[in-house]
Design a protein around this ligand. Structure first.
Ligand code: GRF
Length: 195
């Protein structure tokens, strides 16, 4: 299976995914695609010998479908079978999502269905949650809402800030996403619940 990873920033999840796709893995990376040329993940991908492309969303303004038509070109040219969103910060329309239905994954920093959207760590702290975590899910037209493929949990600690909690969750993201991709690429869609 050929995996394209879409990023907008540092790409720490992308690095974890790239480094997990060893020779015995059912998938191999075919492309890293960013909507922002400044994304630090691009250099990390190039350093690992993975082709990279930038499709800047800004020239398209509010014309999401025109932007997405441009995204499709490098994804198709690379022979992509699976798309992994990893810190990709643009909302995708159901037109684009439906073309990758059942073949596009995303990682979200909360225990979905709790805290869809942004500022998840701050919201968990404000709610006084004792537990938090991250979720890998299939991407559907509704934001952060598709079938759950895996979750990992972390304790909320006394004195946690959004940053300290985010850092604890990120460690689990880097465990969860590679584990879910390995199963998913092997055709196993059963949810994976990490301890
Ligand atoms: C992470 O919190 C991830 O959950 C979210 O984007 C953040 C940064 O991810 N999707 P990365 O370091 O760019 O992979």
């Amino acid at each position: 299976k050929r995996v394209a990873i879409m990023i907008s920033g540092g790409g720490s999840n992308m690095v974890a995914l790239l480094d997990s796709m060893t020779a015995d893995h059912p998938a191999e990376p075919c492309l890293v695609l960013s909507n922002d040329a400044r994304a630090g993940g691009l250099a990390k991908a190039a350093a690992r010998g993975v082709p990279t492309t930038v499709v800047d969303h800004r020239p398209f303004g509010k014309n999401r479908s025109a932007f997405e038509d441009e995204l499709m070109k490098p994804l198709l040219a690379a022979g992509t079978d699976i798309v992994c969103l990893a810190g990709f910060m643009r909302v995708l329309t159901d037109g684009f999502v439906s073309r990758w239905q059942g073949r596009m994954l995303n990682i979200h920093p909360s225990l979905l269905p709790k805290y869809k959207g942004l500022h998840t760590h701050q919201r968990a702290l404000e709610a006084g949650d004792s537990e938090h975590g991250c979720t890998v899910h299939e991407v559907t037209a509704r934001l952060d809402d598709g079938p759950i493929l895996g979750q990992a949990r972390v304790p909320v600690m006394e004195g946690d800030t959004p940053d300290s909690l985010a850092a604890r969750v990120l460690v689990q993201e880097h465990r969860l996403y590679p584990a879910v991709l390995r199963r998913f690429a092997g055709g196993d869609r059963r949810p994976l619940m990490l301890d």
